[in-house]
Design a binder for this molecule. Structure first.
Ligand code: ATP
Ligand code: MG
Length: 386
């Protein structure tokens, strides 16, 4: 059995021995039943956050207000959550918790000896490969419209179809997706893009009219969207951004991380560099190999540039580059200031740029004395000439 469950069992038995109910719940139970790789194990319990904290040596408070404590056992994190229920009063019950989950396949619990508790026939839905809301679809989608996108996500990841009344309700409620935070949407989209059923999921996004309510995606034409070949969400953003300035401006609507924005920008500028016949050595120096590789891969099916040979050459050159950045130069601004006995200023940058280029193209050794000698001989301008 999966190591995660084996260790998770000890968390459950500790809770049980102290008089609390506790079960494996949600995605891990679904994946266990489906024989899929289980990557994290969630536990649901009637113990309150303070009671959970008191029972375990290592815990992290990740959202006490929402009833969630992380319990660390052998450095593995287990998300232990108090049964969800309406309001704060009243008895908290497993059934109440399961009732609040999104789809029947995600609303199963399992005891520590792997006995299923499945009041909404989640296993049946799994056998039929169907995504079905727990309870009235309209109510459930109105309550949290993110579930509409989650349905698409599971379509892609599990290659399931959406049950008819669930789908009808999704269609009816698509516009409500506008009210959910973009961070939550993007989180689900990233998972959608990692699924094997992405093609179908994208079709469904368009067909259900959902795409029109998703930031950035709503500005891409249906055909362009359906015909792009993206292996992850960043691919999709890059494919459309490199072709279209207007779209790039809309990237900010997705509230991506700086690194993600940098990746798109860098891809755009790389494509530009290729179009402008920038020397492969320059490309190798300016761009991260991951960005170059990604563009080569994307170009196989997306026709972004005519000729990738400059990118291939750049990749081949990269391991043997003498310097990776200005910092690798065996000279710095201070040395130049001493050499000319001058104050700092823009001239330093210009001078370093020239040296950098000479070293990059191997016309000058990256050796302090050689560089000084070279500067004295070739750099006509003193600081005052700039
Ligand atoms: P994954 O394998 O990607 O982690 P998962 O099913 O565990 O899939 P999570 O987003 O981690 O999905 O959520 C864990 C569980 O919490 C779900 O299985 C479901 O029971 C419940 N859940 C998550 N999001 C919602 C939601 N928006 N509405 C209702 N229940 C939800
Ligand atoms: Mg999960």
């Amino acid at each position: 059995m999966n190591e995660l469950f084996r260790i998770g069992e000890t968390v459950i038995s500790t809770l049980n021995e102290n008089g609390f109910e506790a079960y494996f719940v949600g995605g891990c139970v679904r994946d266990y039943y489906m024989d899929r790789q289980v990557h994290d194990v969630d536990i649901t319990t009637d113990a309150k956050p303070d009671e959970i904290e008191a029972l375990f040596e290592k815990t992290i408070d990740v959202g006490k207000a929402h009833g969630t404590i992380i319990v660390l056992v052998q450095n593995i994190p287990f998300e232990v959550t108090t049964y969800r229920a309406d309001g704060e009063h009243g008895v908290r019950l497993l059934d109440e918790d399961l009732k609040r989950r999104d789809f029947t396949m995600n609303a199963m619990a399992m005891s520590q000896n792997m006995i299923f508790y499945d009041p909404f026939s989640g296993r049946d839905a799994i056998e039929k490969k169907e995504i079905i809301t727990v309870g009235e679809p309209d109510e459930r989608f109105e309550e949290d419209p993110l579930r509409i996108i989650r349905a698409i996500r599971f379509m892609s990841v599990l290659k399931f179809s959406i049950e008819l009344s669930t789908e009808k309700s999704m269609m009816k409620n698509v516009h409500t997706v506008e009210y959910i935070s973009v961070e939550r949407i993007v989180g689900e989209l990233k998972k959608t893009y990692a699924g094997d059923g992405l093609k179908h999921a994208k079709k469904k996004l368009v067909q259900a009219g959902l795409k029109a309510f998703i930031p950035f995606l709503k500005h891409i034409g249906h055909d362009e969207y359906l015909h792009s070949h993206a292996e992850d969400f960043m691919d999709e953003l890059i494919i459309h951004s490199v072709k279209n300035d207007g779209l790039t401006a809309r990237l900010k609507d997705l509230k991506l991380s700086n690194a993600e924005i940098e990746l798109v920008k860098s891809s755009r500028s790389l494509l530009q560099a290729v179009a402008e016949d920038v020397h492969p050595r320059e490309i190798a120096y300016q761009y991260h190999e991951d960005v170059i590789r990604r563009l080569i891969r994307l170009n196989q099916y997306n026709e972004l540039i005519e000729d990738v040979s400059a990118l291939d050459s750049a990749l081949a050159l990269q391991p043997s580059l003498i310097i990776r950045s200005k910092k690798d130069l065996d000279i710095n601004g201070r040395h130049l200031m001493n050499l000319y006995d001058q104050k700092s200023g823009p001239w330093i940058k210009e001078c370093l740029n020239i040296i950098e280029n000479e070293v990059l193209f191997e016309r000058l050794n990256n050796n302090h004395d050689d560089i000084i000698k070279w500067v004295k001989k070739h750099v006509e301008f003193g600081p005052e000439s700039i």
